[in-house]
Design a protein around this ligand. Structure first.
Ligand code: FES
Length: 189
């Protein structure tokens, strides 16, 4: 009787021990599965995160160079020539095309330069006056020579030159905006 009781106690102990090891094996596999799911989830979420954050990570506004015309077109330039360029603005996912007027002119050495038509005083569009051989701003009368040098009026500096390059014979320009009412040229966008 005592022996039977010992056997049954022993059997119970063995059963509970195997139950425990089965339980711990199950929980170990559960943890492993959980970790695996987290790892795979993290891996899959990287491209999604990059996609979602792309507009925040890239430069807010990216300006590309725009073609102005073939360099040969300007070889015999005797006065500023107004051109309308198309600029592509990339802001996050958005792309916008806008048109800007620029002047292709020559400096004292005869090198080509491109001026923005925006007056450095308060931003009016400055036309070229053929008769007076000067740029004359219609808003407050600032005047500039054909290469954009300030002559008179309220503007504190000359007309702003834009960054240029030549690609496959095409004159390219990078349009930018500059701070008004200051004597030094300062890019604002
Ligand atoms: S905006 Fe051109 S002179 Fe004032």
């Amino acid at each position: 009787m005592g022996e039977d009781a010992g056997c049954s106690e022993n059997g119970t102990l063995q059963a509970s021990a195997s139950g425990l090891s089965l339980e711990s094996r199950r929980s170990f596999l559960g943890v492993l599965l959980g970790l695996g799911s987290v790892f795979v989830g993290a891996l899959l979420s990287i491209p999604l995160l990059r996609f979602a954050l792309f507009p925040l990570l890239r430069r807010t506004t990216e300006l590309k160079s725009s073609p102005v015309g073939a360099v040969t077109e300007f070889s015999s330039l005797t006065e500023p020539s107004m051109r309308t360029i198309q600029i592509e603005l990339v802001d996050g996912w958005r792309k916008a095309i806008s048109e800007k007027a620029v002047y292709v002119t020559k400096n004292a050495k005869g090198d080509l330069r491109v001026l923005t038509s925006i007056c450095p005083h308060l931003g009016c569009t400055v036309p070229w006056n053929k008769e007076k051989n000067q740029f004359i701003c219609p808003c407050h009368g600032a005047t500039f020579t054909s290469d954009g040098t300030r002559v008179s009026g309220p503007s504190q500096r000359g007309m702003d030159t834009l960054e240029t390059s030549v690609q496959d014979g095409q004159l390219m320009v990078r349009f930018q905006y500059f701070r008004q009412l200051v004597s030094d040229k300062e890019v604002i966008g």
